[in-house]
Design a protein around this ligand. Structure first.
Ligand code: FAD
Length: 307
């Protein structure tokens, strides 16, 4: 039986989290501490990224398989088309299916080396995420999600084209989208309106907002550079002030601003009827569980102090 995403859940807003495949044994131990903590908190699903250029292929498949086999969590495997022929993509989908994974986030990915560089598809691969959605759907009883971009994808000529391409991915069979991170809820609301104006039927599919609670200004800037999202000037000023002008940024002060802002954004998103909240965790449970606690979402008491 195919395990569907449990969206929306009953009575309370569902939340979900994004993990990345660990690079070494220490990172793997940290990931599993976060996994066990989230297992108790009850996310609707957990997603596992696929390293840029397919660099983490084997680790992504192995760890996502372990999530399916060894935890109570519902894993969503990211899959990108970068550097893969259609035959290889088919084999990847088969590898996920063999491990009991039926939820796939179908992404085109970015060029290896320079993520903002020229995109060249594999000569025997697919051109756009839309083609990958079709491919995965053809291969079996999979539930497929796609990426959406509240501020527009950096390669889209304008927001109208960007919206049209998203709607094409949904028409191709994607059941929901997860957004790129953003720091101004208006961007999310405008994306939702654009999709509704473009195709009322596809607009019924969940657009799940992705939230990144900022815990370090330096790492937030790096993530922003790759995402094409922007920090509103006022928030950037607050974070810069909190970071201070010492040789090391004041992580505690930055974190406090980051958690407060993420909580306020979530409050607004809940009020605006968002179908869920998807958190970038960087494989730590603490920041996300703090936001959830501040939102007053009922959570079981931690068994151990989350890290
Ligand atoms: P597409 O939908 O194919 O869009 C790519 C570009 O082509 C866009 O500019 C779009 O407007 C344009 N386009 C789309 N369709 C057409 C068409 N039919 N004709 C003309 N132009 C078109 N990257 C990773 O490497 N690994 C990950 O695990 C990962 N996870 C992500 C998770 C989320 C939630 C998000 C939002 C992004 C993620 N990314 C990941 C990044 C993503 O791979 C890049 O943003 C990539 O540049 C675009 O991927 P896409 O699936 O949106 O591609």
């Amino acid at each position: 039986m195919v395990d569907r995403l449990r969206l929306p859940s009953h009575g309370r807003i569902p939340f979900s989290v994004e993990f990345s495949p660990p690079r070494d044994a220490a990172a793997e131990a940290r990931l599993w501490r976060a996994v066990r903590e989230f297992e108790r908190l009850g996310p609707a699903f957990v997603s596992m990224t696929y390293g840029a250029g397919g660099s983490t292929r084997d680790r992504t498949v192995r760890v996502t398989g372990q999530l399916a086999e060894e935890t109570t969590l519902l894993p969503v495997a990211h899959l990108t088309a970068v550097g893969h022929s259609i035959d290889e993509l088919r084999a990847m989908v088969g590898a996920y299916a063999d491990r009991g994974i039926s939820n796939i986030l179908a992404l085109r990915g970015d060029p290896p080396g320079d993520p903002l560089g020229e995109w060249t598809p594999h000569p025997h691969g697919v051109e756009h995420a839309e083609d990958l959605v079709r491919l995965v759907r053809e291969l079996g009883d999979f539930h497929v999600g796609v990426a959406s971009f509240p501020e527009g994808h950096h390669r889209s000529p304008d927001l109208d084209h960007d919206t049209r391409y998203l709607v094409q991915k949904l028409r191709a069979g994607a059941e929901y989208s997860i957004t790129q991170m953003f720091f101004d809820v208006e961007h999310y609301l405008r994306l939702r309106d654009r999709v509704a104006a473009c195709d009322a039927e596809q607009a019924l599919k969940p657009i799940i907002p992705e939230i990144m609670p900022i815990t370090s200004l330096r790492s937030a800037r790096r993530s922003l550079e790759l995402s094409g999202s922007r920090l509103p000037a006022e928030l950037e000023e607050r974070l810069v002030r909190a970071a201070g002008d010492g040789p090391e940024e004041n992580r505690a002060a930055v974190r406090e601003v980051g958690i407060e802002v993420a909580t306020e954004m979530c409050e607004r998103l809940i009020a605006e009827g968002a179908p869920g909240l998807h958190f970038i965790t960087l494989n730590f449970a603490r920041a996300t569980s703090e936001v959830l606690a501040r939102l007053g979402i009922e959570l079981p008491a931690p068994l151990v102090q989350p890290v």
